[in-house]
Design a protein around this ligand. Structure first.
Ligand code: AHR
Length: 337
């Protein structure tokens, strides 16, 4: 049995003995604590943002599957229900439980320095997944794994640029509405920044409106309904995730807008979930820039490397693709989420 894990397990036991009945320990049963000791499991606390999207659910599953007991882990999962304060509380609870590793997907970029300093004082390595954090000292976390969201935004801009050329519309006035993700999240900031590079390049691209739909279908629909009341000349809808896109499509259909092959309106989405790829195949979504949700195995490998005392990379980008009618057929069947 590894020395470190036995100490953690013993602490969990002590914690349970002294605090049985307290809310903080309700997620670790005596049986589980015993299992941690006997099977020398690596204890990981994982704070997930919430379950706002199909992508998020797939990301949670990927991490749960990779950090399973069969793989030698004991995972404490905490759902922050879209609140940064809940994430900070969960991280503090993991620190007080002296877990071996803390993994978290930060809802927004800012506001993490203090709690990460606390984790560092407790000598617990922190692995950030999916979204990025803005901290002056990058050694406050051991590694970050996720997508290059600026690249994603650029891919959307590049696709639109080419599509307009193909249709001989490159000099037309193009009216764009944008549904942004959760304000201050790196996914919203990065995708906005990447797409802006193309907006700056094309003076004839006009952004009529850009507002947050919080990465949810309900909010996406609400914002799109508002846009449809305000503008009757929308050429392009840019929606920063698939769930908002589903809501926007509902709103467009209810407003009698035809979507499909040879329609006038262009729909640009992000994530590349199965349901969205089916809509790409039907030409309802014109392009979907992937944000790879399968990050669990990367997290597992980093932890296993750290267990062996290896130095790991501070930033690891997962590969992403761009799906259009031209290539979606090759990916649909194997898509798992
Ligand atoms: O941070 C990744 C984004 O968050 C995904 O695009 C979105 O679906 C999720 O909720």
């Amino acid at each position: 049995m590894g020395k470190c894990h036995s100490i953690i397990a013993c602490m969990l036991m002590v914690f349970l003995v002294f605090f049985t009945g307290c809310k903080a320990t309700s997620d670790v049963t005596p049986v589980e604590a015993e299992e941690v000791i006997e099977e020398d499991l690596i204890v990981v606390g994982f704070s997930q943002i919430g379950s706002e999207s199909a992508w998020r659910t797939a990301n949670t599953k990927s991490i749960q599957n990779a950090l399973s007991k069969e793989n030698g882990f004991f995972l404490q999962f905490s759902n922050a229900r879209q609140k940064q304060e809940n994430q900070i509380k969960a991280i503090r609870r993991f620190i007080s439980q002296q877990v071996d590793y803390i993994v978290f997907s930060p809802i927004t970029e800012n506001g993490w320095t203090t709690v990460l300093e606390e984790a560092r004082s407790a000598e617990i390595p922190v692995i950030v997944v999916d979204r990025e954090i803005a901290v002056a000292d990058s050694t406050l976390y051991t590694a970050w794994i996720g997508s290059d969201t600026v690249w994603e935004g650029e891919q959307a801009g590049q696709w639109l640029e080419r599509d307009l050329i193909v249709h001989g519309k490159e000099d037309d006035e193009i009216n764009i509405v944008i549904l942004e993700g959760t304000e201050g999240s790196s996914a919203q900031l990065g995708r906005t920044e990447g797409f802006k590079k193309y907006l700056r390049k094309h003076e004839n691209w006009n952004v009529l409106a850009s507002e947050s739909g919080d990465f949810t279908t309900a909010k996406g629909k609400e914002v799109m309904q508002k846009y449809l009341k305000l503008y009757d000349d929308i050429d392009v809808v840019v929606s920063q995730n698939d769930d908002m896109t589903f809501g926007a499509i509902e709103a467009l259909k209810e407003a009698g807008v035809y979507l499909g092959p040879y329609d006038g309106i262009r729909v640009i989405s992000y994530d590349g979930g199965k349901k969205a790829l089916e809509l790409v195949e039907q030409s309802i979504i014109d392009v979907d820039v992937e944000c790879n949700a399968e990050q669990g195995e990367y997290v597992r490998d980093i932890i296993l490397d750290l267990e062996q005392g290896k130095v790991v990379e501070n930033k690891i980008y997962v590969p992403d693709k761009v799906f259009t009618i031209g290539n979606v057929g090759q990916y649909l069947d194997s898509r798992t989420y």
